[in-house]
Each structure stands twice: as C-alpha cells, then as structure tokens.
Design a binder for this molecule. Structure first.
Ligand code: CMP
Length: 389
C-alpha cells in the first residue's frame, strides 16, 4: 500500500524526474491543452454546430480527470511528508488551502457549475482556469514573482512619480482645454483618460488637445511617458538578470559543496569557484569528450558515474572525480573518450577560468596537475607544479 501511494505521489509530483513522472507530466499538460482548446473553439457558433459534440466530450472528460486528480492528491497528500502521516486530515486541510490546492480546486469549477444547475455553455468558460494548473510547471513564473518582490521599492517610487505626473497632466489639460472641449476635458476625471493614454504613449486619438498650450503639454507628457516606461523596463530587466544570476549561483554553490574535491575550501573560495563553474546534466550514454578532440574545459563529477575508455579497458570514475584536465594542462588533444555511464550532474570549468584559478590559487590546481601527471604515467614532481598556460 505504502509503495503504491509513494509511486502515485511521484507520478503527480511536478518536480520528479523519473521516466514515469515525466510521462505523467506530459499527459497532464496535454490534457490541459486539450481541455482549454476545446473550451475556446466551442465558443465559435460555426465550429460548435459541426464538431460541438466531440469537443464537448473532450472537455468534460478532461474536467472529470481533473476532479479525479483533485481527489487523488487530497488522498495522498499526507504521504508527501512523513511528518504529516500522523495528522492526515490536518495535512489535507493544509494542502487544500495552499496555492496548489486552490489551483486544483479551481480546476473542478466547470463540473461544480454544472452540478449547481448552470448551462454547459457558461459552465465551460470556467475551463479557462485550467491554464493556472500550468503554473507549478513554470519555474519562470516563480522567478517573475521574486523579481517583482525584489524590485518593489524602486517600482513603488516610480509608480508614485507616474501618479504625480498623471494628476499634474490631467489638471493642466483641464485648465487649457476645458473651455474649448468641455465634453472631453470638462473635468479632471475626464481629462485623466487623455493623460493616461498619452503618458503610456498609446494615445487612442479619441481625446486630442486643440489649444497651443494643450498641445505643448501633450508633447511634454508623451516625453515623460517614454522616460517612465524606459525606467520601468530598466528596473525590471536589471532585477530579473540579478535574480537569474543569484539563482544560478546558489544552484552551483550547492553542487560545488557536494564535490569532495572542494570540501576543504573555505566559504570565500567556494563562492569564487562557484562563480567559475557551470552545471551540466548529461543522460546515461552521452559522450562527455572524445579522444583526439581539442580540450577547452574540464569537469567535476557531482553525481553519477563516467567511464574513461582507456586502452587497458574502461575505468569508472564517480562522485568527486574530475576529468578532462590533461588537455587543459598540456594543450594536447583529449587523451581518451569519456562516456556518461549513468545520468550525471557535472560542473564544467573552462580553459580561461582554469588558468585564472591556477594563477590565483596554485594550491588548488596543483592537486589537479599532480593527478594529471599520475594519470599520464609521468613521475610525480617534488618541486611545486608550474602554472598551466
Ligand atoms: P583529457 O586528456 O583532457 O581527456 C580525457 C580524460 O580522461 C583525461 O583528460 C583525463 O581526465 C581522463 N584520463 C585519461 N587517462 C586516464 C587515466 N589513466 N586514469 C584516469 N583518467 C584518465
């Protein structure tokens, strides 16, 4: 019983990586796409008259699947966290009130609407909410939310500036234009419509100043609008790129700290190394490097195993090992082909960064240089290793 619940939980976990979980995820996404497409297309009277029955069938099958999914998730949620197993109903209540629980509950709205007596046409429109079920798959959405949170200070200041310009522009437009165009500029609330369309540079053209002062004001407001939007975009773009860099750095840091080769490094040096390393995921069977090709980077194995194809037979290297260092040190082509034996997580260090590291932390790279000599069969050196490059 426990095993099968764990298996169901894995299949429904949006972050699980097993082949079954990946298939279940694809099927889930496909159901959402089918359901939403059926809902959208059904609103066209022509299409509904010809293929409405088939589309209806697809829509309601998807709706029923999402109701079953909700019930299954509610059932298995205590198994998601072993600490919750003793408090099943509390865990279920907690999940039902969570963001994911509410999203899944919203997915049942078409069925609930039908059950409460609504016609199937309007009830189907609730199917648009199924798109929110894609939110847990979209890592980028989480990032966007973090960007807005991180940039809320400057964005709030900019919004205040925007409001000040908006009110000032509407007030001046009222002063200049209300006599000539009382219908469009007869009050500040009426002039606000002109001010907002001009400030956001769309300007529908339905409200246009006709006095000289009004037109000069219009030009100034348009220029101010361009400035505000440029600042808005600039703040979001820099915060977005900062957040991406921070997220990548944290991921790499976590991987670096798992590599035994770096375990004795202090926090400062780990941070420095983490900035130079780039994570790579390779599936089992992928060629990491080919004998005879030029070498432009080396790898540290975080998880998984790689096989070095040596003339004497394959040699398996696992967590904590490094490969591809010889070509960087000697400048010679790759001495052997290396294949991922299992799914692998690697950290890549490219040639320029390896040289940079060697120049600044010879103690760190001397262990790599020493191991490369041992692997190539050269006698170990007693004096310090020369800097590569
Ligand atoms: P490189 O020559 O750049 O590319 C192939 C890599 O295989 C090589 O660096 C080493 O990292 C690794 N390698 C080659 N020979 C051996 C060996 N005898 N033992 C372990 N690893 C090796």
């Amino acid at each position: 019983m426990k095993l099968s619940l764990d298996r169901i939980f894995e299949l429904l976990d949006t972050k699980a990586t097993g082949p079954g979980a990946r298939g279940a995820r694809r099927a889930h996404q496909l159901s959402i796409a089918l359901g939403v497409t059926a809902m959208v297309v059904c609103t066209d009277p022509g299409v509904h008259a010809t293929t409405g029955r088939a589309l209806d069938l697809i829509f309601w099958i998807v709706a029923a699947m999402f109701a079953v999914e909700y019930a299954v998730r509610l059932m298995i949620v205590p198994w998601a966290n072993s600490a919750d197993k003793g408090h099943r109903w509390r865990a279920r209540r907690h999940w039902a009130a969570s963001f994911n629980g509410l999203i899944d509950a919203a997915g049942m709205l078409p069925l609930l609407a039908i059950a409460s007596g609504m016609d199937s046409g309007p009830a189907r429109l609730f199917g648009a909410l199924w798109l929110i079920k894609l939110a847990p798959y979209a890592e980028a959405l989480e990032l966007v939310a973090r960007v807005f949170k991180a940039a809320r200070g400057p964005l709030t200041s900019l919004l205040l500036g925007f409001l000040m310009v908006l009110i000032a522009a509407a007030t001046l437009a009222y002063v200049f234009e209300s006599g000539a165009q009382p219908k469009t500029f007869g009050s500040i609330p009426l002039a606000l419509w002109w001010a907002i369309t001009t400030l956001t540079t769309t300007g529908y053209g339905d409200a246009v100043p006709i006095t000289l002062a009004g037109r000069i004001l219009g030009g100034a407001v348009m220029l101010a609008g361009i400035g505000v939007l440029a600042m808005w975009a600039g703040i979001l773009a820099t915060t977005f790129s900062d957040e991406m860099r921070r997220r990548d750095f944290l991921r790499t840091w976590e991987l670096v700290s798992r590599v035994s080769f770096f375990e004795d490094l202090g926090a400062d040096l780990i941070a420095e190394v983490a900035r130079l390393l780039k994570p790579r995921k390779l599936p089992a069977g992928a060629i990491v490097m080919r004998a005879g090709q030029p070498g432009d980077c080396m790898f540290f194995v975080v998880t998984g195993e790689v096989s070095v194809q040596l003339p004497a037979g394959p040699l398996t290297l696992g967590d904590g090992a490094f490969i591809g260092e010889m070509a960087l040190i000697t400048g010679a082509p790759r001495s052997a082909t290396v294949v991922a034996q299992t799914d692998c997580e690697l950290l890549a260090l490219d040639l320029a960064d390896f040289r940079d590291l060697a120049a600044r932390h010879a103690d760190l790279t001397s262990a790599i240089v020493g191991e490369a000599r041992r692997r190539s069969g050269a006698p170990p050196k007693t004096e310090p290793e020369p800097m590569p490059g």
